[in-house]
Design a protein around this ligand. Structure first.
Ligand code: AMP
Length: 241
């Protein structure tokens, strides 16, 4: 890929900036995909598309998809591919995706990965996949300690990244919430789904060396962010000037 394709003029700021294009964040539950997607969104000005967040919104709004997904999500199982693919297809038609986006939690099955490749076959930049790796023994604490601001989406951890005042968002002052599926039994079900289905997705991208990289997610949040940022520059053959 030519660097000139990446060094585009940003239509929003009119400045020449690095645009990472479509990026996939892969990894087990709790590796920090959501946290890092939000950082990348701030850094590059491109949207985070979290299939988990989109599905939770459907559940809150009691749409047919939300009602169908309800039980599956509550028990840590995957929502059927066709439904999730359709939801992603709709989201990708929105204009804010034109400069790239960060897919968080998608694809989670080989079928979803192949569907996405088909969908993006004619796009200027191929997707690049970054797999975040954290030892499993650390993940449980991350998941059961996770708290999210319902207003701005900032993610905290009651053990490792606590808010300044217990249970309250530093930015919004809103009461933090715990996801209903962030419990120990559901965590193990989600890990099972990850091992049975999503580990194949990681191998699918790993086999395509030019668009895959692994980063260590067991480091402070900012260090992981810098490592992902450097990885994206490398995968897109971009040199900072
Ligand atoms: P997450 O917020 O990414 O941890 O996702 C929460 C739950 O939403 C998962 O445990 C699944 O039940 C469902 N889900 C999210 N993304 C997908 C996907 N790509 N395919 C199937 N189910 C998904």
């Amino acid at each position: 890929m030519e660097a000139s394709m990446i060094r585009m003029t940003d239509p929003v700021t009119n400045s020449t900036a690095f645009l990472p294009g479509p990026v996939l964040l892969l990894g087990a539950p709790g590796v920090g995909k959501g946290t890092q997607a939000k950082r990348l969104m701030d850094e590059f000005g491109i949207p985070q598309i979290s299939t988990g967040d989109l599905l939770r919104e459907h559940r809150r709004n009691h749409t047919p998809l939300g009602m169908m997904a309800d039980e599956l999500m509550a028990t840590g199982q995957l929502v059927p591919d066709d439904l999730v693919n359709q939801m992603v297809a709709t989201r990708l038609t929105e204009p804010d995706t034109g400069r790239g986006y960060i897919l968080d939690g998608f694809p989670r099955t080989l079928n979803q990965a192949e569907w996405l490749d088909g969908q993006l076959a004619n796009s200027t930049l191929p997707v690049v996949a970054v797999s975040i790796v954290v030892p499993e023994r650390i993940l449980l604490e991350r998941i059961t300690g996770r708290l999210t601001c319902p207003v701005c989406g900032t993610i905290y951890n009651r053990y490792s990244e606590p808010p300044l005042a217990a249970g309250i968002c530093d930015r919004e002052g809103a009461e933090l919430v715990q996801r209903a599926d962030d419990t120990e039994p559901v965590f193990y079900e989600r890990m099972k789904a990850f091992e049975a289905k999503t580990s194949d997705v990681i191998e699918y991208y790993r086999a395509q060396d030019s668009r895959f990289a692994e980063v260590d997610g067991n480091l402070p949040v900012d260090e992981v962010m810098q490592s992902i940022r450097a990885t994206l520059f490398r995968l897109r053959h971009y040199t900072e000037s």
